[in-house]
Write a protein of this length. Structure first.
Length: 267
């Protein structure tokens, strides 16, 4: 079952990477990419379906195998996404792009494997929900504001990080609903950060540095979820030098991607 779970997670990563590349291809170059406008583009909509399939396969893989095997397979989406996006833009990914993406992937795998397991109850109070929304909202807005004065690569990174923070809040809320019992008020609140994250991510994709955007998203999402897990759900944080080194490695790979990935425009 472990081998099957790893294979399913890897296929899920491929679907997720394909969906992200398709959505970026349609969003790139737009000054203000609106969700309703993008939704009318078949390629962008197919990308959304592909992302949903990838997420479903990842969830199924988690039910069939251990977290320590399945989660690293999810990181492979970054390595899949760069060649797919490059092909859509009719170019080949450079060796430095792929090497930088590999560095990011190694750092992310380290972070995933170093997060301590938590078997306790998952409960989020109404005050905790308000804190979740307030902290993620302020952080997302601050990152968005910073992106307005950044270089193109920096703008892509900051916007994608803003989206990743909101997706991390969404993931935290999903975990509460799944592991802590259904709460209809929390379920109704779920689309707020999810849709905001999706909208901000399209603005990151529109800048044109797909590798930077996708890597920043891949880093910010799990880190935010781990931070909220510790802050609001009482989950343990990884300790020691190793998590810091893994995070630094992922960040260094993202900086390298910003220097090597060309600015892409839709033809």
């Amino acid at each position: 079952m472990t081998v099957l779970a790893a294979a399913i997670a890897l296929i899920g990563s491929l679907f997720f990477a394909l969906g992200a590349a398709l959505q970026q291809y349609e969003a790139v170059g737009s000054s203000k990419p609106r969700l309703l406008t993008l939704l009318r583009k078949p390629r962008w909509a197919i990308g959304g379906v592909s992302i949903l399939i990838g997420g479903g396969l990842h969830i199924f893989a988690l039910s069939a195998g251990p977290l320590t095997i399945v989660q690293p397979m999810g990181v492979a989406s970054l390595l899949f996404a760069l060649p797919i996006a490059a092909a859509l833009h009719k170019r080949k990914p450079t060796r430095m792009e792929l090497m930088s993406a590999g560095v990011v992937a190694i750092g992310l795998i380290g972070l995933v494997l170093l997060v301590p397991p938590h078997d306790g109850p998952t409960y989020l109070s109404p005050q905790g929900l308000a804190t979740l929304f307030a902290v993620s909202g302020v952080a997302a807005v601050a990152l968005w504001a910073g992106s307005r004065i950044a270089s193109p690569a920096g703008r892509a990174a900051l916007l994608a990080t803003s989206s990743g923070v909101l997706y991390g809040a969404t993931a935290t809320l999903v975990r509460v609903l799944v592991d802590g019992g259904w709460n209809w008020w929390y379920l109704l609140a779920l689309p707020v950060p999810a849709l905001a994250a999706l909208a901000v991510l399209q603005r990151a994709y529109a800048v044109g540095h797909f590798g930077v955007s996708f890597a920043s998203l891949q880093i910010a999402d799990p880190l935010t979820a781990v931070a909220f897990g510790a802050l609001l759900l009482g989950e343990p944080l990884p300790t020691g030098v190793a998590p810091i080194a893994a995070a630094a490695l992922a960040a260094a790979g993202t900086v390298a991607l910003a220097r090597t990935t060309p600015l892409e425009r839709n033809a």
